[in-house]
Design a binder for this molecule. Structure first.
Ligand code: 4AD
Ligand code: MG
Length: 468
């Protein structure tokens, strides 16, 4: 007999008029539940194409009780059957099974995802199976939709996608929290005369690390293609065990020639609003599920972002507000200190009650490449702060003046052999330019309403954890 072509479940849950009612169809997927009685079994089948299951109805006498036994929660099956309008509640259509093929059963004694709710902590321990839950199905589909929307936004707006390297010899953020890439024998590395490790003997002939940001290479692209962006994995060896930090995260970094910091802020605001609108327009089933299960204000919060203009003010003004607030802080605020999540969230959630963009931060707490202000103590930085998240975007106008940039690099004692190529762009056809970095998982935290960044990436990497 000729095998039936598989239909994905999403296509069987469309509006009634478009469905092959009365016809034989084939579906394949993983069993979420099986219930019923001596006469009939109801199998809820999910194939990940959509959050909803399709109901399979199997006549126990036809199949035999024994044959249906391996159809357990978690098992994978293929079903041929007639698509019919459902008499039961909760679904428009169901499949009357004619033939069931079991690809793989799942032992009910040991399969960890039985029908009950599991803690997020437990699900992290079984990250190889958690995509089969409603929650992670929704998160992963949303993650895909956001990645797609990011490329679409830039493509539609004349940006070119630049692939920045993963292995680099420079420290783009100058924060020093990098993972070394080396093939030297850690027990017996080649040494220089002074006893230090001789990295000239290493694979690349010098010290290399995993990139912390694709920005510097994106800038090279912008100095030729005008509007570019990177979207790739970035790595930070900072020992931050928080719900908002990963050691491996994805970052989107647009870089645009002839943009000043105001253009940069306009782009950031438009971009974020576009992405949130895209999620609302294209992923409402998954958002409704997350809204009902985890965060009753999720959809309202997403809508409110689109409806309001982001508040823009300087770091100095923000520090003033924080000092005047009379709040008790875990980390005290004073001009010159970096803002902590508690300060950022106060400004966004309590004071302005909408997203905030802070600009003109103290030079000393920002990276070497930012454009220096005439006041001699601040730079043209901008951070976008979001409710529940704090910093979601960090960006700036870049220092395009060779002498100023060179002076700053020397002040910070950044080795010249790391950045000679970066400096040369300021020597040959320099131009004002700006850009920013959006942390993809911070965006996903916001869009899904999840509470922990470990739950918006398939396999999180955090201190003491690189399982799977
Ligand atoms: O503010 P950051 O460090 O800026 C840069 O890396 C610049 N090179 C960006 C640019 O101008 N092109 O990081 C940018 C964003 C942050 O705002 C945050 O959303 C995210 O990256 N981020 C992290 N996300 C998860 N885990 C971490 N450890 C993160 N560190 C930064
Ligand atoms: Mg930052």
């Amino acid at each position: 007999m000729k095998e039936l072509k598989r239909t994905i479940i999403k296509d069987l849950l469309r509006p009634a008029g478009e469905l092959p009612i009365g016809q034989l169809v084939n579906v394949k997927g993983w069993v979420r539940t099986k219930r019923g009685n001596k006469k009939v079994a109801f199998i809820a089948l999910n194939d990940g194409s959509i959050i909803h299951n399709i109901q399979i109805v199997a006549d126990v006498e036809d199949f035999g009780e024994e044959a249906l036994k391996p159809v357990t929660t978690g098992s994978c099956i293929s079903v041929d059957g007639i698509l019919v309008e459902s008499l039961g509640h909760g679904q428009k259509v169901e499949i009357q099974a004619r033939n069931i093929l079991i690809y793989g059963s799942a032992d009910p004694e040991t399969f960890p995802l039985q029908k009950k709710s599991h803690s997020m902590e437990f699900l992290r321990e079984i990250a190889h199976l958690r995509p089969r839950t409603n929650t992670f199905g929704a998160v992963l589909r949303l993650r895909h939709a956001m990645a797609f929307a990011i490329h679409k936004y830039f493509n539609d707006n004349g940006f070119y996608y630049i692939h920045s390297p993963i292995i680099t010899g420079s420290d783009a953020e100058g924060a020093g929290d990098m993972f070394r890439v080396s093939i030297l024998d850690p027990k017996n590395p080649p040494l220089r005369e002074d006893g230090s490790v001789d990295f000239s003997k290493d694979f690349f002939g010098k010290q290399t690390n995993l990139t912390v940001s694709g920005q510097l290479e994106a800038e090279l692209g912008a100095m030729a293609l005008s509007k570019v962006y990177t979207f790739g994995p970035t790595f930070r060896a900072e020992n931050s065990n928080t719900p908002r930090h990963l050691a491996e995260f994805w970052m989107i970094e647009p870089e645009i020639a002839f943009y000043d910091i105001h253009d940069d802020m306009d782009l950031a605001e438009d971009f974020l609003k576009y992405l949130i609108r895209y999620a609302l327009d294209n992923c409402i089933d998954d958002l409704e599920f997350l809204n009902n299960m985890y965060d009753k204000e999720l959809i309202e919060r997403l809508k409110s972002i689109i409806e309001h203009e982001f508040e823009r003010l300087t770091y100095t003004e923000a520090v003033e507000i924080l000092i005047q607030s009379g709040q008790k802080w875990e980390f005290p605020v004073s001009w010159g200190s970096d803002l902590q999540a508690e300060h950022e969230r106060y400004l966004v959630e309590k004071h302005f009650k909408k997203p905030v963009i802070l600009t003109d931060y103290p030079t000393e707490i920002k990276a070497f490449y930012m454009k220096q202000n005439p006041d001699g103590k601040t730079v043209r930085a901008m951070d976008v702060l979001f409710p529940r998240i704090g910093e979601i975007i960090g960006g700036s106008q870049r220092e395009e003046d060779f002498d100023k940039l060179n002076r700053r690099i020397k002040e910070l004692q950044i080795p010249e052999e790391e950045l000679w190529w970066y400096l040369e762009t300021r020597k040959y056809g320099t131009a004002p330019h700006s850009g920013f970095g959006l942390g993809f998982e911070r965006l996903m935290l916001f869009v899904t309403g999840m509470a922990n960044i470990r739950d918006v990436i398939p396999f999180p990497r955090t201190p003491q954890n690189a399982e799977f």
